[in-house]
Design a protein. Structure first.
Lengths: 321, 163
């Protein structure tokens, strides 16, 4: 197997250029799905790889419950630097799993707290208008049913400050945008890429890429619902301008800074409708990006699978049972 | 982030981390006091509220919170003998707003769960955005757009000339 064993750990490096290309050339819906799938597959392969390295590299340590046969010379010969890699894999795997657990817990806690806050309002209040001068609008995802608690549908919370600063048409665009978030279950994509980022930090660029793609997706849905792209662009732009200007952290820029997400969304809405094809033609940059993404994902998945199967066979042969 | 629910903004923009932590604690207490008042069948005294909250808070603290809620028009008070009796003025929506604010201020990393309509702008973004919107408005009225969109109408709350 050689150094290819480590490939699934390093292949997520391709995430950043793929995310860039997808944003420029794909419909936000396709982009969201593709990037989330990429994050999930690469994250799973990377975790699998770490787990196997840990098994092989540490089976020999005293006090280890694993069979000693699993770290026979022939098994370790299959993995370069087996001891070092195995020892390094333990804290990495532990850190990844801890981070995933913390992310899941935080996700549940924030969702539950937001629902509790809105519980005092009647369930039919859609959107839930909150008497607050601070302009904000949020989509609170629904929660599935649990024993002893019914399922809660997703809700939209809009502050009075936000509603007052938009006109009637812009409010429709705002609500259509938030409803699209709930209907298309964007929080699931966001959670998936967040978990992938916990598992392998090389996947972190996908987090902001998918966050941006879901916003663009919701913008496109809103524009379709209200039937006016320019109106939707105006709603997004005005909402951003009233929402506490200058609150963003101002980083020192050496060159002209790259535009942030809101101007890019407005510019995209003022432009033409993005092509809704599922797969772009192969000889365009978009097509090449998609091909690279598919090839990278496939290579990562195959090498992880290859490593898993080979290790399984070797371990089975080494086990006396 | 700054600002206060219920009418008047007290002008606490931005602020340091310590400042924000202090305000978050206040928000929690205010929601608790308001919830306690909602459970009362009629006007309640500060001592009743204190008892209702389990006696963890000093009487003066309860009085401070009630006065603050009064300043925000979330409660009303009237004199009864030598003390005030308090009635919640904020309805359920007001309480929900207070609680929601608590979640938003208390969870800095909430973006993956609660999808916000817009994210914060940097100064450069703001300038860029104004240019984009102006250009869109200059291109003529959008098909189906209702109101004529003059410069004053576009930007009612924050009329700062230039970036």
């Amino acid at each position: 197997m050689g150094v290819f064993v480590f490939l699934p750990l390093v292949l997520p490096v391709t995430a950043l250029p793929i995310a860039r290309l997808a944003e420029q050339h794909l419909h936000p819906r396709v982009s969201t799905r593709l990037l989330t799938l990429l994050a999930a597959v690469l994250g799973l392969c990377s975790t699998l790889c770490l787990g196997l390295l840990m098994v092989v590299g540490t089976a020999q340590l005293p006090g280890n419950p694993l069979p000693d046969g699993w770290s026979d010379p022939e098994v370790r010969a299959a993995v370069p630097y087996a001891e070092i890699a195995g020892a390094a894999a333990i804290p990495l795997l532990a850190a990844a799993l801890t981070a995933c657990g913390a992310t899941l817990r935080r996700h549940r806690r924030i969702r539950a707290r937001a629902h509790r806050a809105l519980d005092v309002l009647p369930a039919g209040a859609d959107p839930a208008v909150l008497p607050d001068d601070e302009p904000y609008a949020y989509a609170v995802p629904g929660t599935p049913a649990r024993p002893g608690r019914p399922a809660r549908p997703g809700r939209i919370a809009v502050s009075r400050g936000m509603l007052h600063s938009l006109d009637e048409d812009e409010r429709r665009a705002l609500l259509a945008h938030e409803r699209a978030h709930l209907r298309c279950r964007h929080h699931r994509y966001l959670l998936a890429v967040r978990l992938a980022g916990c598992v392998n930090p090389l996947l972190l660029p996908l987090r902001s890429a998918v966050a941006f793609a879901t916003e663009r997706w919701a913008d496109e849905e809103a524009a379709r619902t209200v039937g006016d792209r320019r109106l939707t662009a105006r709603a997004v732009g005005r909402a951003a301008l009233i929402a506490r200007p200058g609150a963003a952290p101002e980083l020192a820029h050496f060159a002209a800074p790259e535009p942030g997400p809101v101007p890019r969304r407005v510019a995209a809405l003022l432009g033409p409708v993005p092509p809704a094809r599922h797969w772009p033609p192969a000889l365009t940059p978009a097509g090449l990006a998609a091909l690279v993404a598919a090839a990278g994902t496939a290579a990562s998945a195959l090498s992880a699978l290859n490593a898993a199967v080979a290790l399984f066979l070797v371990l089975k042969a080494a086990t006396p049972l | 982030m700054g600002g206060t629910p219920f009418g008047k903004s007290l002008g606490d923009l931005g602020g340091s981390g310590r400042e924000r932590a202090r305000r978050r604690g206040q928000g929690q207490l205010e929601a608790q006091v308001l919830a306690a008042l909602h459970h009362s069948s009629g006007p309640a005294t500060a001592a009743w509220v204190q008892q209702r909250l389990g006696g963890d808070l000093a009487y003066t603290t309860v009085m401070t919170i009630l006065s603050r809620l009064h300043a925000k028009q979330a409660v009303t008070r009237e004199r009864s003998g030598r003390a005030y009796v308090w009635t919640p003025a904020a309805d359920e929506a007001g309480l929900a707003a207070l609680r929601m604010r608590r979640v938003l201020d208390g969870e800095p990393d909430r973006d993956a769960v609660l999808a916000s309509f817009v994210s914060a702008l940097s100064a450069h973004d703001e300038q860029l955005l104004r240019t984009l919107l102006d250009r869109a408005a200059d291109d003529g009225p959008a098909p189906g757009a209702a109101a004529p969109d003059g410069p004053g109408h576009r930007d009612p709350s924050d009329h700062t000339p230039g970036g």
